[in-house]
Design a protein around this ligand. Sequence first.
Ligand SMILES: Nc1nc2c(c(=O)[nH]1)N[C@H]1C(S)=C(S)[C@@H](COP(=O)(O)OP(=O)(O)OC[C@H]3O[C@@H](n4cnc5c(N)ncnc54)[C@H](O)[C@@H]3O)O[C@H]1N2
Ligand code: MOO
Length: 392
Amino acid sequence: MISVKQAKQIIIEAALPKKSVLLPLSEAFGLVTSKGIIATTDIPNFAQSSMDGYALKYEDKGNLLKVIGEMAAGISEQIKISKGEATRIFTGAPLPLNADTVVMQEKIHFENNLLIVQDENLKQGSNVRSKGAEVKQGDIAMVSGMYLSAAAIGFLAGIGCVEVSVYAPPKVAIILTGNELQKPGNPLEFGQVYEANSFQLKAALNKIGIKNSMVLTAEDDPEELQKVLQKALEVNDVVLLNGGVSVGDYDFVTQAAHTCGVEEKFHKIKQKPGKPLFFGTKEDKLVFGLPGNPSSSLTCFYEYVLPALESSMGLHSSLVEITASVTHDYPKPAGLTHFLKAFYSNGKVTPLHAQESFRLHSFAQANCFIILPEESIGCKAGAIVTVHLLPL
Ligand SMILES: Nc1nc2c(c(=O)[nH]1)N[C@H]1C(S)=C(S)[C@@H](COP(=O)(O)OP(=O)(O)OC[C@H]3O[C@@H](n4cnc5c(N)ncnc54)[C@H](O)[C@@H]3O)O[C@H]1N2
Ligand code: MOO
């Protein structure tokens, strides 16, 4: 058995290659740019008013001005002003030719139908967004490696971008093993359990933009499992097997992986839950044999699978490590690293009641793991412990 640290290192070394893909902007939220983006035009594309008011030549601000027309947002015809003239103008509209300044409508008055500016703070260029103030044509508007937040998507749309090169979300297959699994919605026959792992894994994959993962099932039969794994490997970058990875007579995952040409990198880690985790590679594809117990499966996903997926997508790890003061004693024997389902708030972390790996009740209320290292014999209330905040 290897340590948690060794297992993580082996997975980092087996890094999935980063693949670039061109996607419509509407599908790029949450992904990371794989190429820089060059602005194809000046934005704004014209000198633009940022207020409702009057457009004038700054040098005319002390004169009585004749209002010769109106510039509204979206206007298609240009107006030219001369000395002693101004136009009405609205927010977002282009400035008339020769105007360089906008005075807010609250800061003027009229005498005999002529405009008088009453704004001591008015400067040349006041209330005007200059052409190219956001980006200039030919500028790098966004560098490679940028996370596409909602604001980043809005920014790119605003500079006229329709497609963006991003690191492709890897294709992931989930394989369920176990004759006892029943779909939620059907009555449970004797000996059956509701299938939960594909639901939680799909939810966690969705969270990082990996959608439409394939879910395949295999009875506890070595040949069937081998066929299903072979099929999954043909079209996916990552395969997540569930269950069948331990030492029972019906646990065929390692055997099937070997028969499919998967090179075993490790099997079993000094940890709880998730001790029997299997990891192997086939060419540049990754194969994880997640232990079947739902809590073990999801813990291994967060600690081992997620970082591998995120790194291939250019994402920073969403499993954030902090330290916190633990609120209760939690004794454990030395020998295995424990990942305790816990709740973190305001610098304090509380281990939750049910830690058994067949249960998800406490996991459903958890927002973090407390990490108790291999050599530790647990923690005392008030001790500072390592915490991994979960990307919920
Ligand atoms: N003699 C030993 N027995 C076991 C050991 C061991 O070291 N020696 N390790 C135990 C540990 S720890 C774990 S974890 C499990 C892992 O077992 P498997 O990965 O082989 O998983 P299964 O036996 O197929 O299933 C375990 C458990 O999980 C339920 N399960 C499986 N898939 C799903 C699913 N998709 N949704 C919901 N529940 C699922 C399954 O019904 C079992 O109850 O091995 C221990 N045994
Ligand atoms: O390690 Mo198993 O995952 O405890 O139940």
